[in-house]
Ligand binder design. Structure first.
Ligand SMILES: C[S@@+](CC[C@H](N)C(=O)[O-])C[C@H]1O[C@@H](n2cnc3c(N)ncnc32)[C@H](O)[C@@H]1O
Length: 337
């Protein structure tokens, strides 16, 4: 979600560095909202507690349901790709923040050959510090690492199955070079994920980030979750709330419609692209589960949930030169079960 569409003001001044700092702060918003929803039992995540404290303020039911749809949608698409490739693949989570996906995949015996994360060095430093100091986090990395020493410096970590790299995503040539240095194999099927990330860079910068994987990998999928339908009144309020925190949505022009979201993949080397707004996704998730989470909290204003979910979308683009069948991945398809 816009990490908190109802967010209150933070006071920042306006330099580039301050703008990047405001973008980095969205990482905490996402983690806090996810932790709150987990504490309400929307889904299970035994690791998120190590990345942020339980928030003092509660989050509205529509925010929790929105995060539920976001996390389920990303997991379903990502798991379908991993299953199609029998785990013989790589995952690159771009702008991963304090995401706990690595631990979930390990616990579910679904780890790809290597799982990479990239974020600004300041975020990566915090994440590595938390991993080093919380044994429930570090143990999973040690268990999946064969040699004696892990490579850890201030803003990167490398192990056999998990690498975390501190790097500005807008510098694509350096990003690819560093991923290769951390063991990226350009011959393996590779999934890239951006969850609420592209909207913080200009359309030119995000186009560059989308384009290189389509030329580097012969089998690849790109999942992007972010805002859509931003030209209406509700969208404008979301933009204004972030601007008040000096956090500008530099990429908002691509978030106009489902078509603009899909088009940018087709214009940047991808063979196939699908996009759904999150209301449609919510209605396509396994309905017994949806019914279950709807019992957790009373939602007075169903229209607000609908409006919120219509302003986010998930887009997934594929390139499948080796016929793994990844272009067939759809919500509700049998791969999801
Ligand atoms: C809204 S948070 C989402 C975090 C995570 N993907 C999630 O959904 O929980 C956006 C993340 O993207 C990162 N990010 C945005 N622009 C970036 C850039 N140019 N380089 C590196 N990281 C970036 C931020 O630091 C932040 O961690």
């Amino acid at each position: 979600m816009n990490e908190n569409p109802m967010a209150t003001n933070h006071s920042f001044t306006g330099s580039d560095d301050t703008a990047d700092e405001a973008v980095r702060s969205t990482c905490d918003d996402a983690t806090i909202c996810k932790r709150f929803a987990v504490s309400k039992k929307y889904w299970k995540d035994p690791y998120i507690q190590y990345f942020t404290k339980q928030p003092n303020e509660s989050k509205a039911p529509e925010i929790n349901r929105g995060y539920y749809a976001r996390v389920m949608a990303v997991n379903l698409l990502l798991d379908a790709f991993i299953k199609k490739t029998n785990c013989n693949c790589q995952v690159i989570n771009l702008g991963a923040g304090l995401d706990t996906m690595f631990w979930r995949l390990k616990d579910q015996n679904m780890l790809p050959i290597k799982y990479f994360e990239v974020d600004f060095p300041a975020i990566v430093m915090r994440k590595i510090h938390l991993i080093k100091t919380k044994s429930p986090l570090s143990i999973s990395i040690i268990e999946t690492h064969s040699s004696s020493g892990l490579l850890i410096d201030g803003c990167s970590m490398d192990s056999d199955r998990y690498a975390i790299i501190g790097q500005d995503l807008r510098d694509h040539p350096t990003l690819l070079e560093r991923l290769k240095r951390f063991g990226l194999d350009t011959k393996l099927p590779t999934l890239l994920l951006t969850e609420c990330v592209l909207v913080y860079m200009t359309p030119e910068q995000s186009a560059g980030l989308i384009k290189w994987p389509s030329s580097v990998f012969s089998t690849s999928m790109f999942i992007n979750y972010e805002q859509v339908n931003m030209t209406d009144r509700f969208g404008q309020v979301m933009i204004e709330n972030l601007q008040r925190r000096q956090c500008s949505l530099a990429g908002v022009d691509v978030c106009q419609t489902l078509e603009t979201q899909k088009e940018r993949f087709l214009l940047n080397g991808w063979d196939n692209a699908n996009v759904l707004d999150m209301m449609t996704v919510y209605n396509s998730l396994p309905q017994a589960d949806v019914h279950g989470i709807e019992q957790l909290e009373f939602l007075d204003e169903k229209e607000l949930l609908q409006q919120l979910l219509q302003h986010y979308c998930i887009c997934w683009a594929t390139k499948d030169s080796e016929d793994y069948g990844i272009a067939d991945i759809m919500f509700g398809a049998s791969d999801f079960h």
